[in-house]
Design a protein around this ligand. Structure first.
Ligand code: PEP
Length: 251
């Protein structure tokens, strides 16, 4: 079973969300995978009303604050997201890190808050082009992952990880399946160290960065790639579902 996650970013308000799910037709092949959609928080209620009763589609939020409540204008908390029907939360997406200055420490606190609320975090890590060119891929992604796992310390619940090279997000550039497998192998090793072999083996590692129907099959067939996190191509239900159709069927 592959995990096919769609991050809508700042697209699709409640009415567009309804129109999206009217065009969302799930085949048996797609139903054999786990689909997770991350709409904007204001569209979560509409998404739950349209898709929430279908066990094949799970919903999440794109970001939460690390506190459960308080004077944090414009923020939402993990318990609120859960109350609104979310089961997952993205944490540490590169746009949060690079456009909004989110630090490793904040990522750790958010992971902790997500677990505390009973949600499942999808922790995103990835290097910039500059870091990659300087030979710092391993340093950067393992530092980001270990920091996030610090927030997972007391929790025994599942989590997901996404490797999303920053240079591949929204640029049309995609990592090769080999690049993805290499990075995923490094992340898997760090998960084994931190969580033990069994829990590490049960933690899906997704690839993200310009995944489209045309390149999904080869990425999803690559060793250690357990699924994909899709931005731009998830905005259209047809292309999102075509990506899910490209995933190898569970044996
Ligand atoms: C993302 O936002 O997580 C992402 C991978 O975006 P895109 O597919 O558009 O590169």
């Amino acid at each position: 079973m592959a995990v096919i996650a769609g991050n809508w970013k700042m697209h699709h308000g409640p009415r567009e969300t309804e129109a999206y799910f009217e065009r969302f037709r799930l085949t048996d092949a797609v139903r054999s995978h786990r689909l997770i959609v991350f709409p904007p928080a204001v569209s979560l209620t509409a998404a739950v009303a349209c898709a929430g009763r279908d066990a094949a589609v799970r919903l999440g939020v794109q970001n939460v604050h690390w506190e459960d409540r308080g004077a944090f204008t414009g923020e939402i908390s993990a318990p609120m997201a859960r109350d609104a029907g979310a089961e997952y939360a993205l944490v540490g997406h590169s746009e949060r890190r690079h456009l909004f200055g989110e630090t490793d420490d904040q990522v750790a606190r958010k992971v902790e808050a997500v677990f505390r609320a009973g949600l499942t975090p999808l922790v995103c890590v990835g290097e910039t082009l500059e870091e990659r060119r300087a030979g710092r891929l391993e340093d950067v992604i393992l530092r980001q992952l270990r920091a996030a796992l610090y927030g997972a310390a007391g929790a025994d619940a599942p989590l997901l990880v996404a490797y999303e090279p920053v240079w591949a997000i929204g640029t049309g550039e995609t990592a090769t399946p080999r690049d993805a497998s290499h990075a995923h192998g490094l992340l898997r090793g760090a998960l084994v160290e931190a969580l033990g072999a069994e829990r590490a083996a049960g933690t899906p590692i997704l690839y993200g960065g310009s995944v489209k129907p045309e390149n999904a099959a080869e990425l999803l067939a690559a060793p250690d790639v357990d699924g994909v996190l899709v931005g731009g191509a998830s905005l259209d239900p047809g292309s999102f579902l075509a990506i899910a159709e490209a995933a190898p069927l569970p044996r």
